[in-house]
Ligand binder design. Structure first.
Ligand SMILES: Cc1ncc(COP(=O)(O)O)c(C=O)c1O
Length: 443
């Protein structure tokens, strides 16, 4: 590509430095204008072509698509930036279910779950999810975020404690912070550390509630929570376990049961919550549980259920149809194909000298290291016709930036081969160019 046609440049080293964390606590009485420094930083990065966030789809989130960034630049290519692990968002049976629901119910839920927003389709979806997860009680929420946040604030009070994995999703962290000042974070996947905190709390207070929070599949590292060990520990110490299965339910595990099924914990976890937005082709979230009392408490005190409109009829019908496919032979075949593509991508990257993080899942985290290299590699990757999300500090630890490549069942082998080549080349070219410009190692 001619240098003049490039969508990025190295003329402004400032665009490769800093993070949103440094603008998080602006001072001054004007809540609006005091945020001008972050605007300037984002614009600086956009001008240099190294701000791969808030991009908009110009077409559907299929295996190939086009994204437009905030400066109006478009990039077309193989799409690893969308969350549609089984490629159900354009499945004919799923779109047909949406059309039928629009015809039968209209397109709006017209109320919260508390105020008649659910439909007979919602009741059926609750039953189907309960059957999959072997839990008698299921609540539906308008988003996965709402499910995480509403569950925690619905159950936990300021005199209670939340003990959570350091890498738990923002929805869980913000729910915990809103519910109680007593939030404890432990080292990632470290059950012994969690146990030490929980037993310390229990030794001092026999009556407080303790919510332990983990995830099925952690989306930044592609590794998995120790569900059974944590549940056992919770039983022993009178704590309650919440597992967020947003990324694994439907996409992995026997019959699509995700990590709960894969770890032999079906029907045994206190609280299983998830999002429909990764595999089930829709916004929305859910909570599956065994306690009717907890369900009623969350419906009263979990604001995101009580005071936010329910899933629309279209969303409910889409999730229901997606769930039917997830549980069918077709779903099994899609998971097999997805895993083949994941394995192929990880193997090709390994051949290119890149050791992906974690274990095989629909999320393939490609380590890039410094934010400087990561930002240029991301621009070079898009230039090569491969679209992937960039995770950098503070979403991940400083100096551990990575591409978060989201694989879909519809990716062809050729897509995977093209992507692996492009990733290896983009990282190599980023290092060469930054080194030539004297920018390697600046931070
Ligand atoms: C682990 C986890 N939980 C919850 C959510 C929130 O889900 P949603 O985006 O569907 O609201 C996400 C979304 O990124 C997530 O990754």
């Amino acid at each position: 590509m001619a240098e003049s046609a490039r969508s990025w440049h190295l003329d402004d080293p400032g665009a490769f430095l800093g993070s949103v964390a440094q603008f998080a606590r602006p001072r001054g009485p004007d809540l609006l204008t005091r945020n001008e420094p972050i605007l300037a930083w984002v614009e600086q990065r956009l001008a240099a072509g190294v701000f791969p966030y808030a991009r908009a789809l110009m077409e559907s989130p299929a295996a190939r698509t086009t994204l437009r960034d905030g400066a109006g630049r478009e990039a077309t290519g193989v799409n690893f930036a969308s969350q549609d692990y089984l490629s159900l968002s354009r499945h004919p049976a799923v779109t047909e279910a949406a059309t039928r629901a629009a015809h039968d119910f209209g397109v709006h839920s017209a109320g919260s779950g508390m105020l008649s927003g659910n439909t007979r389709m919602s009741l059926r979806l609750q039953e189907e999810l309960g059957d999959l997860l072997q839990a008698p009680e299921v609540m539906l929420f308008p988003t996965g975020w709402a499910a995480a946040f509403g569950t925690i604030i619905g159950l936990v009070r300021p005199y209670d404690h939340v003990v959570m994995d350091n890498l738990a999703h923002a929805s869980l962290q913000q729910g915990a912070a809103s519910a109680t000042p007593q939030v404890h974070r432990h080292a990632h996947l470290d059950v012994a550390a969690a146990r030490e905190i929980v037993s310390g709390i229990r030794a001092e207070d026999a009556r407080c509630g303790i919510l332990v929070v983990t995830e099925g599949l952690f989306s930044m590292d592609s590794d998995v929570g120790r569900i059974l060990e944590l549940q056992e520990m919770c039983r022993e110490l009178s704590a309650t376990l919440l597992v967020d299965v947003a990324h694994d339910l439907g996409a992995s595990g026997p019959g699509g049961t995700g990590e709960v099924g894969a770890q032999g914990a079906l029907g045994q976890v206190d609280l299983v919550m998830g999002a429909f937005s990764k595999t089930f082709a829709s916004n929305g979230g859910f909570l599956a549980l065994h306690s009717p009392a907890a369900r009623v408490a969350i419906s009263g005190y979990g604001g995101s259920w009580t005071f936010s409109n329910a899933l629309s009829p279209l969303q409910t019908a889409v999730v229901s149809e997606a769930l039917r496919i997830v549980r069918s032979d077709e779903g099994e075949a899609l998971r097999v194909r997805l895993l083949e593509r994941i394995t192929r991508l990880r193997a090709l990257l390994a051949d290119g000298g890149i050791s992906c993080l974690g274990q095989p899942s629909a999320i393939v985290p490609v380590p890039l290291g410094s934010e400087v290299v990561a930002r240029l590699a991301s621009a070079l990757l898009a230039e090569r016709g491969v679209l992937a999300n960039l995770a950098e500090f503070p979403a991940v630890a400083s100096g551990t930036a990575r591409f978060r490549m989201q694989v879909m069942a519809d990716h062809s082998e050729a897509d995977i081969d093209e992507a692996a080549r492009a990733v290896v080349d983009a990282i190599s070219e980023a290092n060469t160019r930054l080194s030539a410009a004297g920018l390697l190692g600046v931070a």
